[in-house]
Design a protein around this ligand. Structure first.
Ligand SMILES: Nc1nc2c(c(=O)[nH]1)N[C@H]1C(S)=C(S)[C@@H](COP(=O)(O)O)O[C@H]1N2
Ligand SMILES: [Mo]
Length: 525
């Protein structure tokens, strides 16, 4: 305790504060200058993205289970804390031994530069914001630390390196705090300015807003009336774009000019093909409702969404490229380096896998892949739904591994049959009498032919199925229940179009999707 008080009264907290102010300068100067460079090349985004790339499957799963789609916010908070602590340490080190402090800052700068230049589609000049930020941070660190050296209250402070002895004009704590405060304020202004500047310089959102989608050559099959569950409170059958789950590794949403977008189709093909956005607009497009599902979705989870997609069947593109004998996979890659391995035959059969440009009648939202993404019925997104797609390589599973496969997930990802209870919610308290139970089930490409409900371990009873729009969309259900007071357990399971009952066997999302029956506990009063 005594030690702590002594430490607090000493120079260390001031030096740590100097370190934090210097770190703020590094980041904010880089942010400001970064407005003129690739967005994904600013230190925080590049470091965070690199961290994500090194994330093992269990940690990704833990992050999604704990923070859901706020996992990115959680990452930023974690990074902020880490940087804060490192900055404190570097400040103290710089105070004690300036040369060591400089070495530490340069090392940090080098790490950030390495993480910037190794990002996909980032040019070496994109290191400039970080380099200038590091220089500015060093200057500020020097200015602030030298003030701590010159505080009279610390007579045993290290010598002011580089200053001509005995020039050590005294300064006051007040002057130190004023200088630090000023630095922090300037960093705040620079960071905000950088944000505003990059927002103003980006016109991709604007271009998307004024883009008019062509009408499809083949319209989507009519959606029958009655696809919606009869139970009130079940999610809408068609997911609005704003509510559609978002899962990706992109800390900063890639901004691609549709005019500059180009897809290269190459690898084991007779004919390399290049497609522009205009080629897509001019092509014979199709529209179709498809339910997307994330492999990380836990039993009963909400990482699934159903939308009407507009796009070009990938089959047509592959026809032009003519895959060679022996090819069995297409590796699709996005502008930011994510990749997915999709079986070649799945992209050639009649399930209408597509290069999508429209979602529910609008151009793709930026965070859902603008201007072009893949949509493949029946496969989890991690092996099929590449957003911001720019490259299709026809290859073989034996020769290439996709992003998540390199990180311990499966190389293929057919969607498992799943039924979910949405009302009543887990741990809900409901009045006795008639209770409407309801939810959604899916088994894309096989379809759902039965959903059954089991209450408190009694016999399985069939639920009422809502209309089926197609085998590649989810299907809703409802179940009327005469609820008696007390605690109750509701279980649900689905049967797919092949007659197979959803497995009871519990599996974690890693490596190829969660399985098991959802069980919901509720209380009836
Ligand atoms: N470029 C890119 N595309 C991606 C991903 C990604 O991380 N980067 N994630 C995939 C995963 S895991 C899923 S589940 C779907 C989610 O699509 P959505 O965000 O539009 O719902 O996108 C897929 N496409
Ligand atoms: Mo996913």
């Amino acid at each position: 305790m005594k030690k702590l008080t002594k430490w607090l009264k000493g120079p260390a907290p001031l030096a740590a504060l100097a370190g934090v102010a210097a770190a703020a300068v590094v980041l904010s100067v880089a942010e400001l200058i970064g407005a003129f460079f690739t967005a994904r090349a600013t230190p925080l985004i590049a470091l965070g993205s690199t961290f994500i790339d090194f994330t093992p499957p269990w940690l990704k799963d833990f992050a999604i289970a704990t923070f859901g789609t706020n996992d990115k916010a959680a990452l930023f908070v974690g990074m902020g804390l880490t940087i804060f602590l490192l900055a404190c340490v570097l400040g103290v080190v710089a105070y004690r031994k300036w040369a060591l402090g400089v070495a530490g800052v340069l090392l940090m700068g080098a790490i950030i530069v390495a993480s910037v230049v190794t990002r996909a589609s980032v040019k070496p000049v994109d290191a400039v914001p970080t380099l200038l930020g590091t220089v500015a941070g060093l200057i500020v660190l020097r200015l602030l630390v030298s003030r701590v050296w010159r505080l009279q209250s610390f007579p045993d402070a290290p010598a002011d390196v580089g200053a001509k002895a005995p020039a050590r004009p005294a300064t006051t704590r007040r002057a130190f705090f004023a200088a630090t405060g000023l630095t922090a304020a300037a960093a705040g202004v620079a960071a905000t300015g950088g944000r505003l500047l990059s927002a103003a310089r980006s016109n991709v959102a604007q271009a998307r807003g004024s883009l008019r989608l062509p009408s499809p050559g083949k319209a989507a099959a009519a959606v029958p009336a009655g696809v919606q569950s009869a139970a009130p409170g079940v999610t809408p059958w068609l997911t609005p774009n704003g509510d559609f789950y978002r899962i990706d590794t992109a800390l900063s949403v890639p901004e691609i000019n549709a005019d500059e977008w180009e897809l290269r189709v190459h690898g084991l093909v007779e004919q390399e093909v290049r497609l522009t956005f205009q080629d897509l607009l001019d092509a014979e497009l199709i529209e179709s409702h498809v339910t997307l599902t994330c492999v990380s979705n836990p039993v009963g989870g909400s990482l699934a969404g159903n939308a009407k997609w507009l796009g070009l069947p990938i089959r047509e593109v592959l026809k032009r490229a003519r895959p060679k004998e022996g090819a069995d996979m297409v590796l699709s890659t996005s502008i930011d380096g994510f990749s997915a391995s999709t079986p070649l035959e799945v992209l050639q059969d009649d399930r209408d896998a597509m290069l999508a440009i429209g979602m529910n009648g609008e151009p793709l939202p930026l965070e859902h892949g603008y201007p072009v993404r893949m949509v493949v019925p029946g496969l989890y997104g991690f092996v099929s739904a590449t957003k911001w797609v720019v490259d299709l390589e026809v290859t073989r599973f034996a020769d290439s591994k996709a992003y998540w496969t390199q990180r311990g997930w499966s190389e293929r990802g057919p969607i498992k049959t799943m039924a979910r209870v949405e009302v009543p919610k887990s741990f809900a308290v409901v009045p006795a009498g008639r209770v409407a139970i309801g939810g959604t089930a899916w088994a894309q490409t096989r379809g759902i032919t039965k959903v059954e409900v089991q209450i408190d371990g009694a016999d399985w009873a069939p639920a009422v199925l809502s209309e089926e729009a197609s085998v590649v969309t989810w299907r809703q259900w409802s179940f009327d229940w005469d609820a008696k007071p007390g605690p109750h357990y509701i279980k649900v399971r689905a049967t797919d179009g092949t007659g197979e009952v959803q497995t009871e066997k519990r599996a974690d999302p890693v490596p190829d999707g969660a399985s098991g029956w959802q069980s919901v506990m509720i209380t009836v009063e």
